[in-house]
Write a protein that binds this ligand. Structure first.
Ligand code: BJ8
Length: 424
């Protein structure tokens, strides 16, 4: 990585602690990613992003700030990036996916909080992630109890604006969500000093839709057999989409897709044709959480799709681009975002419908549900997911884990037994 020490120091980061993270990441990435054979050349860009993860993009965000722009950190796929970009801001995903940050979060949070929240809070409080330091404002949401309370702690460090997410999807809830998006727009206009016009919002709706289309194209290639890209690589591409520049990201993903489609035309893939095809569902896998994918794909199976927020929930459903007024556009945004199926809603049968649909579309042999420890929402919903998949005769396994490596071998043993079952 180029030398960004001055930038990190100017941000007030803990350089000594941060050095430990910088030392560990290349080894982990090398062991998990660079050991794969026959990777698409189009992954070079994404490898580069990881190699400069705390350098290139943070430097771009700081440049944006120097030019008078604001940066907004987000933690959930319900937060509409379109509004932020339309007000001249930049949205960047902030969910923490590393065990490295968990201890920092545990200093202020109960131990039985999910690792995603602990890592996110720890990354900020310990000063070991430039993205958390750069963001001028965090946009939180009322999705789960742990997050709701975490915002109050983070608010002591940085302005946090919280969106009130409905818990049901009745007509009145969608109207309430539309009102929430309108309030967000107002708050962001005030904070940036920029007015959002229908013309500029239309442009940004299109921009984010283009990113979604590129990711949808990538996932579409994974329906082929043999699959032209590993699940690990597809996951990395999706994770990077949360914080890279959206236009550049769509370009790079499309470039990768050109190569993958050529592979499909030649019948080339990264796993043997008969490798069991796995769908992963559950809680999000924020970068650098590659734990389960690595276990599965070094145990003889291929991950072909993720029904996750770092997966299909992120890009499925486009925003209707035909709105001409702000009111029509906000309505279109509200309708699109409410189509996402998270366990914080009741009922959430749409998620099970999605899983069953994806099983067919991606020719899935088995489903592994993986939830982060202490996520009561997803762990409870797992009962119904299992029940419906059983009824549909789809093999299913449920795991709970965190970001540590303590349970690696235990999970590997269970995953291998599951894969053996699918091979029979
Ligand atoms: S739309 S999944 S990104 S809330 S933080 S709920 S793991 S206890 S992340 Fe999420 Fe939005 Fe839903 Fe997606 Fe559980 Fe942890 Fe809460 Fe979590």
């Amino acid at each position: 990585m180029a030398d960004y020490r001055k930038m990190w120091s100017d941000l007030g980061m803990d350089l000594e602690k941060h050095d430990l993270l910088c030392e560990a990441l290349p080894d982990a990435f090398g062991a998990i990613y660079m050991s794969q054979e026959n990777r698409p050349e189009g992954m070079d860009f994404f490898n580069f992003v990881v190699s400069e993860i705390h350098g290139v993009r943070p430097a771009e965000l700081i440049e944006h700030q120097k030019n008078g722009g604001k940066v907004f950190g987000t933690f959930c796929v319900y937060v509409p990036d379109e509004i932020i970009f339309a007000a001249g801001g930049i949205a960047t995903g902030l969910c923490g996916g590393s065990q490295f940050w968990v201890a920092g979060g545990e200093k202020v949070l109960p131990a039985n909080t999910c690792p995603l929240i602990k890592a996110s809070v720890g990354a900020r409080l310990d000063g070991t992630c430039p993205f958390f330091k750069i963001a001028d404002m965090y946009i939180g949401e009322t999705t789960c109890d742990g997050k709701k309370k975490a915002w109050e702690i983070l608010q002591q460090e940085v302005p946090v604006y919280v969106m009130d997410i409905p818990q049901m999807k009745r007509e009145k809830d969608i109207l309430a969500w539309k009102e929430e998006i309108r309030l967000l727009l107002k708050r962001i206009e005030e904070f940036t000093g920029n007015k959002v016009t229908p013309e500029i919002l239309a442009e940004k709706i299109k921009m984010i839709n283009n990113k979604r289309k590129a990711l949808a194209r990538l996932y579409n290639t994974r329906k082929s057999s043999p699959v032209p890209i590993s699940g690990k690589d597809a996951l990395l591409v999706t994770q990077i989409a949360f914080y890279d520049d959206p236009v550049r990201n769509a370009e790079q993903v499309n470039k990768l897709c050109d190569e993958l489609e050529a592979r499909i035309a030649k019948g080339e893939g990264v796993f043997p044709k008969n490798a069991p095809r796995i769908l992963i569902t559950g809680t999000p896998m924020a970068i650098p959480n590659w734990k389960l994918h690595h276990i599965i794909e070094t145990s003889g199976a291929a991950v072909v799709v993720e029904e996750l927020c770092t997966g299909t929930r992120y890009f499925e459903n486009l925003v209707d681009e035909s709105g001409k007024t702000l009111d029509e556009q906000i309505k279109a945004l509200a309708e699109r975002y409410m189509k996402t199926n998270c366990a914080c809603f009741t009922p959430n049968t749409g998620r099970i419908d999605d899983i069953l649909r994806l099983v067919k579309e991606y020719h899935v042999d088995g489903v592994i549900e993986c939830n982060l420890q202490f996520c009561g929402l997803y762990s409870t919903e797992a009962y119904l997911v299992q029940q419906k998949l059983k009824e549909a005769d789809v093999p299913y396994m449920h795991l709970e884990t965190d970001y540590s490596e303590q349970d690696l071998e235990q999970i590997r043993t269970r995953v291998q037994a599951f894969i053996e079952l699918l091979e029979k």
